[in-house]
Write a protein that binds this ligand. Sequence first.
Ligand SMILES: NC(=O)c1ccc[n+]([C@@H]2O[C@H](COP(=O)([O-])OP(=O)(O)OC[C@H]3O[C@@H](n4cnc5c(N)ncnc54)[C@H](OP(=O)(O)O)[C@@H]3O)[C@@H](O)[C@H]2O)c1
Length: 241
Amino acid sequence: MSPLTVVVTGANRGIGLEVTRQLAARGDTVILGARDLDAGRRAAAPLVAAGGDVRARRLDVTDLASIDAVAAELAGSGAGEGGAGGVGGLDVLVNNAAIHYDTWQQAGGADLGVVAEALDTNLLGAWRCTNAFLPLLRASGHGRIVNVSSEAGSLTSMGGGVPAYRTSKAGLNALTRMLAAELRSDGVLVNSVCPGWVATDMGGPGGRPVAEGAASVLWAVDLPDDGPTGGLFRDGQPLPW
Ligand SMILES: NC(=O)c1ccc[n+]([C@@H]2O[C@H](COP(=O)([O-])OP(=O)(O)OC[C@H]3O[C@@H](n4cnc5c(N)ncnc54)[C@H](OP(=O)(O)O)[C@@H]3O)[C@@H](O)[C@H]2O)c1
C-alpha cells in the first residue's frame, strides 16, 4: 500500500497521539492536529526524531478558521503554520477530538451548557472538519473518514447518565450514516469506530492499552476500496447502533 496522508484531530495526547505514532512508524504522513500548537509540537517531536513524517498544526475543531487553514495548506493554497512544506492532498481524516465524558450528571436536569460544548466539539467539530477536507478526500480516490465514536453512543444499549457525551456520539454516528450514503459513489468510506475502554486521560486507569485502542482506529483507516462503509466497529467487528 502506498503511504497515506492523514489528518488526525486531537492528536497531541491519548488515542489520537498513538494513532499518529502508529501511522508515522509505518511511513504515512500525518498532520498532527492540536488546538494548542505548542502541545502539538511537543507531541510531534519524538515521533519526528524517530524518523516519522509528522507535522504539528493548530487545528481546533471548534474554530473553523484553524481547520480551513490546514485544508488550504493541503490543497496547496495555504502557507502552513509549521514551516514544513511539501505535503499535499489528503487520503484519510480521523475525527478523534472529543471532550466531556460527563459521568457526573444525568439527562434529566443536565447542564445544557456542558451538552452544547460536547456537541460543538464531538459532533460539529467532526462535521466542520469533514466539510473542510471533503474536496481533498474526494480527490484522493480512496478517501476514508474515521469518526472515533463510542459504544456509549449506541441507542441499542443506551441507559441513563453521561448525557452530553452519549448524545454527541449518537449524533456523530448519525453523521457517519449520512456521509457514508452520500460519499459511497466517490469511493470515500465513512465509518464510526469505538476504541474500547482505553487508559487515557478521558478513559482513566483500568482501560486497555492505548496501542490497542489506536489499532481499532487504524483498522478503519486501512479498509480496502471494497470495504464496509456506514458502520460502527470495534476491533474490526460490527457493533449495534
Ligand atoms: N478513552 C476511552 O476509554 C474512550 C472510549 C471510547 C471512545 N473514546 C474516544 O476516543 C477519542 C480519543 O479519546 P482519548 O481517550 O484519547 O481522550 P483524551 O485523552 O481526553 O484526549 C482528547 C484529545 O482531544 C483534544 N481536543 C479536545 N477538544 C479539542 C478541540 N476543540 N480541538 C482539537 N482537539 C481537541 C484534546 O486536546 P487538549 O490536550 O488540548 O485538551 C486531546 O488531544 C475520543 O473521541 C473519545 O470520545 C475514548
